[in-house]
Design a protein around this ligand. Sequence first.
Ligand SMILES: [Zn+2]
Length: 412
Amino acid sequence: MNPDAIFDKLARRIEKYRDEMVDLQMKLCAIPAIAPSSGGEGEAKKAEFLADWLQANGFVDITLIKAPDLDAPAGYRPNILAYYRGRSQARTVWVMTHTDIVPPGELSLWRGDPFKAWVEKGRVYGRGVEDNQQDMVASLFAVKALKAEGIVPPSDIGIALVADEETGSRKGIDFVIKDVKVFRKQDLIVVPDAGNEHGTMIEVAEKSLLWLKFKTLGKQAHGSTPEKGVNSFKAASFLIAALNDLYKIYPVRDRLFDPPISTFEPTKKEANVPNVNTIPGEDVFYTDMRILPKVRLQDVERTIRQMAAKIERKHKVKITFEVQQKAPAAPPTSAQAPVVLALKKAVREVYHKDAKAMGIGGGTVAAIFRRAGIPAACWSKLDETAHQPNEYCIIDNMVGDAKVFGHIFLQE
Ligand SMILES: [Zn+2]
């Protein structure tokens, strides 16, 4: 049978699973897996349910990797790896999703019980149904469909269901990568935990993140006699204006990103004096900088120090800045990486759209693979309702994404 006919057969089978997929969503939704640090019990019960499901549906070599966590009632955070064997073991096509969810938040904003999923106009509603169960269920049923059709794919397929994504991944994929050496450079790693409504964004790169807190010390005085004090707010304002030159000093562009430049923005401002007629002696503001991977963070920090020194001399203030958060970008996955090309092909076939490799301003869990030297791409077709009240998953997206995974599984 030719490859197109095999895919058509698989896609038809996936289509038939629509109701079963919704049913699995509802069952998963009824087992809240909230991190202990967010007031939950962790993922142990959900993982147990999933391990049974994998066992019953033809997966092999199912392993449970327990990351110790004394704050979880089970004493660990569960990570599951499972396989469906292909003709060749030379590479594995992985789909990784996470089992944990965020708390529902303000319950009065929900139109129903966040843990009793409900269906309405082609959507499933409930906490976790989009983030990340939509694509978890999709990946599981893509494999189930292969088995039902008796198709042996060209390569091994790996399914990773990991914990702790919402609170830093230290007991999730980070632990798994360090604990077992199953992921290889030649593997295809799809992380369907970011995307857009058209399914056209393949996330391959991220900017570095640098959040700074600036403290400017002058001398407080009466508003009528500024010469007796040193206006910290005024000096800080000159510093903010000077920092805007960072855009000119680091003008590098990278069209992978939107916006294609590094950004250097003042954001938070702490209150200074409560009354109008006092010259403020202390000023605190913050900046949020998103810097292209090509630019070195230490260079930016050195430039900022020089700028601050200039303002200090001119305005007779003392300026200190400290890092609030600093996350150097992981090495990007190439826009030509096999995983990106495979996704593009599959998206064109299933959704009739051209997907594009892109960089984003914030980090994703794929960065953990990239730091370990393993290319990974984030992709999904979703409405981005994650973490919101009345989170939903469009059933067509869940079924469509299953076909995308199925298509990738069949690619040579
Ligand atoms: Zn997620």
